[in-house]
Design a protein around this ligand. Structure first.
Ligand SMILES: NC(=O)c1ccc[n+]([C@@H]2O[C@H](COP(=O)([O-])OP(=O)(O)OC[C@H]3O[C@@H](n4cnc5c(N)ncnc54)[C@H](OP(=O)(O)O)[C@@H]3O)[C@@H](O)[C@H]2O)c1
Length: 324
C-alpha cells in the first residue's frame, strides 16, 4: 500500500502583506506550514512567495469588509491569523468597519470552519479609550472572544524593524528637517518590540504552544519615552536635531488639519492615542501574559536599529555597521 502523505496544516493570514505580516509569513514558512495570505489586492502579496518553497505560500483576494471573501479565504484552514489594523480612516475603511466589525467577521469565518484563531490587537485597546483606534481594537477583541473564547490575542507596543513605520518615518523626517516635533513634550512612554519577536510569538501560538483565551501584551526589554526613542534614533543616524515641544492643544489642531489629507502624517485620533503610555501593563506582567512568558527574550532596539537605520546617516558618515 502506498503511504498517505499528510499535508502540512494550512494557515490563513489576513493582512499578511503588511509590515508585521511579512515576518509572520517568514516564521511560518520556515516551520513548513502551508500559508494563504489574504490581501485586498493579492498582487501586493506576491513578493512573499520567495519566503517559502514553490507553492507553499499563495495569495488570495479578501477584504474584512466583505464577509463572503473572508469565508472563502479561510476554507480548509487549520488556523487563522488576523493582522489587519489601520492607523487612519479613509472612505469605507473606518476604524469600526476594519478593527471591530472586521475582527468579528474573521473570527466567525474561522469558527465556521473549525479553525483556531489569533488576533493582533494593540496596547491601548480599551473600550473607554478617547481614541477610536483604541476603542475599536477593544471592540474587536471582545467580538473575537465572544465568538471563539479560546482565541489568542496579542497586543504589541510600537513594533520596530526594517520597513517599520515609526523609526523610519522619523529618521526620514530628521534627514529633511532641522527639528522634530515632541507632541505633548515627548513624554509618552513606549516599549518598542522587535518585529521578528512579535512574529515568533504569533508563530508559537500557531504551533499551539500558547494558552488561548488570553490577551498577551508584547513589549521589548525597556520602556522609553518618545523623546528617548528620538534621541537614540538620532544617535544611530549621526545627526543632531532640535526638539520642538508641541502642546496637546496645538497638536490637536494640527491633527485635525493634517488628518484630512489622504496619507496623513498625524491625525486627531493619533494625538489622543499619544496621551496614554504605550507599555505592557503591570497586570499583564503579574499574570504572566508577556512575551517573556512565551519563552521569548525580546531583542533590544540598540541591537537592531543600527542594522537598518544606517541608511539615513549623513554623507561622510555613510558607513555600513560591521557585519551588516
Ligand atoms: N506596526 C506597529 O507598530 C503596531 C503596533 C501595535 C499593533 N499593531 C497591529 O499589528 C497589526 C499589523 O500591523 P502592521 O504594522 O503590519 O500594519 P500594516 O503594515 O498596515 O498591514 C496591515 C495589513 O492589513 C491589510 N488590510 C487593511 N485593510 C484591510 C481590509 N479591509 N481587509 C483585509 N486586509 C486589510 C493591509 O493590506 P492592504 O491595505 O494592501 O489591503 C495590510 O496587509 C495591526 O493590527 C496593527 O494594528 C502594529
Amino acid at each position: 500500500m502506498t503511504p498517505v502523505t499528510q499535508m502540512p496544516p494550512l494557515i490563513t493570514i489576513i493582512g499578511g502583506s503588511g509590515f508585521v505580516g511579512r515576518h509572520v509569513v517568514r516564521a511560518l514558512a520556515k516551520r513548513g506550514y502551508r500559508i494563504r495570505v489574504v490581501a485586498r489586492n493579492p498582487n501586493t502579496a506576491h513578493h512573499l512567495q520567495p519566503l517559502g518553497n514553490v507553492g507553499q505560500i499563495v495569495s488570495v483576494r479578501g477584504n474584512l469588509r466583505d464577509r463572503a471573501s473572508i469565508d472563502r479565504a479561510v476554507q480548509g484552514a487549520d488556523c487563522v491569523v488576523n493582522l489587519v489594523g489601520i492607523l487612519h480612516e479613509g472612505g469605507r475603511q473606518t476604524f469600526h468597519a476594519v478593527q471591530a466589525f472586521g475582527a468579528r467577521v474573521a473570527a466567525e469565518a474561522a469558527q465556521a470552519v473549525g479553525a483556531r484563531f489569533i488576533q493582533i490587537s494593540a496596547i491601548g485597546a480599551d473600550p473607554d479609550s478617547s481614541s477610536s483606534y483604541g476603542r475599536t481594537k477593544a471592540e474587536g477583541e471582545a467580538a473575537v472572544f465572544e465568538t471563539l473564547p479560546d482565541a489568542t490575542v496579542f497586543r504589541p507596543s510600537i513594533v520596530f524593524g526594517p520597513e517599520d513605520g515609526f523609526f523610519n518615518r522619523f529618521a526620514a523626517m530628521a534627514r529633511l528637517s532641522p527639528a522634530l516635533p515632541m507632541i505633548g513634550g515627548g513624554h509618552t512612554m513606549f516599549q518598542p518590540v522587535y518585529v521578528a519577536d512579535v512574529a515568533e510569538a504569533i508563530a508559537r501560538a500557531v504551533d499551539g504552544k500558547v494558552e488561548g483565551g488570553k490577551i498577551y501584551e508584547l513589549g521589548g526589554p525597556s520602556k522609553r519615552s518618545f523623546r528617548d526613542c528620538m534621541d537614540y534614533m538620532l544617535e544611530v543616524i549621526g545627526r543632531k536635531r532640535l526638539f520642538v515641544p508641541i502642546p496637546w492643544s496645538v497638536a490637536e489642531i494640527q491633527g485635525s488639519i493634517l488628518g484630512s489629507l489622504p496619507k496623513p502624517l498625524l491625525t486627531r485620533d493619533q494625538v489622543e492615542m499619544l496621551k496614554t503610555d504605550n507599555v505592557v501593563s503591570s497586570e499583564a506582567e503579574n499574570e504572566g501574559r508577556t512575551i517573556q512568558s512565551l519563552g521569548i527574550e525580546p531583542q533590544a532596539m540598540e541591537a537592531i536599529l543600527p542594522t537598518y537605520l544606517w541608511t539615513y546617516r549623513a554623507a561622510g558618515q555613510f558607513t555600513r555597521p560591521q557585519g551588516m
